[in-house]
Design a protein around this ligand. Structure first.
Ligand code: AMP
Ligand code: GLY
Length: 422
């Protein structure tokens, strides 16, 4: 069969890599892809938001399965368009993708279906938002409602900071129309984890747990990024907590969306804060996490292609997924200056050396040929397996040290939080 993967990040390289291992697959295309996806797939130069272009291509090539990586095409309705054309695409519909596309929509669902989350106010009037901030006090979290490439969440230590954030988002339109509505939340304290689950709208199959590292510097310091590293499993999520998340978050969410008449199909990503009062939802994403997907898929033994097909066909039926017992760690190597301004076009060396290692693999993100050279902020996700998290960390960093490009930066503490549970 022929598969199309939409996207160009580390997540998409991991998806292409995993899909390429399926005996069912003859040919993979990746739009637009990166230097890493080119090893297993034919990269095609179509942008992720060019829905008509993607559909044309899939029709012309008679693609049997399309897997959508990023949120933008999902929120634009790529799956609806493919459905209408009789093509199979993995991911939620436009209406269901609002769980990520609108934080206000997601909050309203959580409140209606009693899903534990931070106490929240939703506002379209800045004066009312400011009055709410003054009533609640600081610390407090201000979020732009719409998609803002991960930058629309501001954790404010003072009410003055929060009021400035409201003005920047709603009046100065720092994130454009994504800031027409703001969501203001109680600041939750605890350890975060990423819970990803497959669902066909009825059955729910959680993947193995993982934890991201959102800040740029060691010790969770500095500005937020797309994610500087991840590991799986995340021991903060005990079996007890996982069943609590299943019962209190995943089940009511999937049942609630069905009740709303917008059944959710695809992968649902719940960002969870483990607070003293139990797990609470920080956000929903309507797609695989990046970089969480890299360590998760490295641990997946099962063929992923029949799983995608079962979700699309509504036949997930609590399917069992097989996992490696080992732990996996992904260390992201970013361009100097990221998440601010950074240079592109730096030649990268050492990937061939990592290829010699049995336990490690380099997933590309912002790279391109000829070279490879750097072409984005997050450049590579060096991912390794180990008998436990400690060895996975050691193996990942051993591989990281083989990679060189000018200005490269990476966190030295990926996975460290998991060590205390050993
Ligand atoms: P989001 O895009 O909503 O996940 O927010 C990005 C990051 O901001 C999360 O991963 C958290 O680290 C942090 N965050 C979001 N909401 C809250 C909250 N209510 N309390 C504390 N931290 C939060
Ligand atoms: N790693 C965070 C995200 O994918 O949103």
């Amino acid at each position: 069969m022929k598969v199309l993967v939409i996207g160009s990040g580390g997540r998409e390289h991991a998806l292409v890599w995993k899909i390429s291992q399926s005996p069912k697959v003859d040919k993979i295309y990746c739009a637009p892809g990166n230097a890493g996806t080119a090893e297993f797939a034919e990269n095609v130069n179509i942008k992720v938001d060019d829905i008509a272009g993607l559909l044309n291509f899939a029709q012309e090539k008679k693609i049997d399965l399309t897997v959508v990586g990023p949120e933008i095409p999902l929120v634009l309705g790529v799956v609806d368009e493919f459905d209408k054309a009789g093509l199979k695409a993995f991911g939620p519909s436009k209406a269901a993708a609002q769980l990520e596309g609108s934080k206000a929509f997601a909050k309203n669902i959580m409140v209606k279906y009693d899903i534990p989350t931070a106490q929240t106010g939703i506002f379209t009037d800045p004066a009312k938002a400011i009055a709410y901030i003054n009533e609640m006090g600081a610390p407090i979290v201000v979020k732009a409602d719409g998609l803002a490439a991960g930058k629309g969440v501001l954790i404010c230590q003072t009410t003055a900071e929060a009021i400035t954030a409201v003005k920047d988002i709603m009046e100065k339109k720092e994130f454009g129309s994504a800031g027409d509505t703001v969501v203001i939340e109680e600041c939750l304290v605890g350890e975060e984890a990423s819970i990803l689950a497959l669902t066909d709208g009825k059955s729910i199959v959680p993947l193995e747990t993982s934890q991201d590292h959102k800040r740029i510097y060691d010790g969770d310091k500095g500005p937020n990024t797309g994610g500087m590293g991840a590991y799986s499993p995340a021991p903060v999520i005990t079996d007890h907590l996982m069943s609590q998340i299943d019962v209190e978050v995943l089940r009511p969410l999937v049942a609630g969306m069905a009740q709303e008449g917008i059944p959710y199909k695809g992968i649902i990503y719940a960002g969870i804060m483990v607070t003293k009062q139990g797990p609470k939802v920080l956000e929903f994403n309507c797609r695989f996490g990046d970089p969480e997907t890299q360590p998760i898929l490295m641990r997946m033994k099962s063929d992923i292609v029949p799983i995608f097909q079962a979700v699309i066909d509504g036949k997930l039926n609590n399917r069992e997924i097989e996992w490696h017992e080992k732990a996996a760690v992904c260390v992201v190597i970013a361009a100097g200056g990221y998440p601010g301004k950074y240079e592109k076009g730096m030649p990268i060396t050492g990937i061939d050396k990592v290829d010699q290692l049995a336990n490690a693999y380099v997933f590309h993100a912002g790279t391109k040929f000829p070279g490879p050279v750097t072409s984005g902020g997050r450049v590579l996700g060096v991912t390794a397996l180990g008998d436990n998290i400690k060895f996975a960390i050691k193996n990942a960093y051993q591989a990281v040290e083989m990679i060189k490009f000018k200005g490269m930066q990476y966190r030295k503490d990926i996975g460290k939080k998991a060590l205390k549970y050993l």
